[in-house]
Design a binder for this molecule. Sequence first.
Ligand code: HEC
Ligand code: HEC
Length: 155
Amino acid sequence: MNTFRKKKMIATLVIVGIVAFGSLSFSQAPQPHREGPHNLKVLPKNIDHTTLIAIMHDFTSALNYHCGDCHAASPTNPKELDFASDANPKKDVARHMMKMMMKINRKFFKVKGDFAANYVNAKYEVTCYTCHHGNEHPLTFPDMKKMEHMMMEKQ
Ligand code: HEC
Ligand code: HEC
C-alpha cells in the first residue's frame, strides 16, 4: 500500500470513528426535555408561545373559565396544571368547538387558513365569544327578564 492510500485510509477511519462515537454518545445522552407545546391537535405545532397563550386567555374570557376548567392538574404536583394532559374532558370539547368554529368560518364566511393566524389577526367572523358571550352554556333564547326591561324602557 502506498503512503498516499495509507493516509487516506487512516483519515477515513478517523472520520468513521468520529461519526460512530458522535452518534453513540448522542444516543446514550439523556433525552433533553422538549421545550414548547407537545400535544397540539388543532393549533399549528410550531405556534409561538405568545400566540398560544393569547388564544388561551381568549378562551377563558369567552367562557368565563379559568385555565383549570379545561386543563387537568399535574399528577405529581396538584397545585400545578399539566397543560399537555388530555385528562380533563373539557379540553377535547374545546378542540371540537375549535374545529366547528373553523368549519363555520370556512364554509359560511370564506375565512381560510390556520386557526392561530386567523384568530390572532381577528379574521374570524364567528368566535367562541360570538356564541358563549362569557357563559359556559350559550343562551338559546333571549333573557326574558332583560327583554321585559327593554320593553318597559321603550314605553
Ligand atoms: C376552553 C378550554 C381551555 C381553556 C379555558 C384553556 N385552555 Fe389551554 N388548551 C386548550 C386546548 C383544547 C388545547 C389543545 C389545543 C390543540 O390540541 O391544538 C390547549 C393547549 C394548551 C397548552 C399547550 C399544551 C401542550 O403541551 O400541548 C398550553 C400551554 C395551554 N393550553 C395553556 C393554557 C393557559 C395558561 C390557560 C389559562 C390562561 C388555558 N390554557 C386555558 C383548552 C383550553
Ligand atoms: C356556534 C356557536 C358556538 C361556538 C362558535 C363555540 N361554542 Fe362552545 N358550545 C356551544 C354550545 C351550543 C355548547 C353546548 C351548550 C351547553 O352545554 O349548554 C357549547 C359547549 C362548550 C363547552 C362545554 C361546556 C360544558 O358545559 O361542558 C366548552 C368547553 C366550549 N363550548 C368551548 C368553546 C370554545 C373554546 C370555543 C371557541 C374555540 C367555542 N366553544 C365556540 C356553542 C358554541
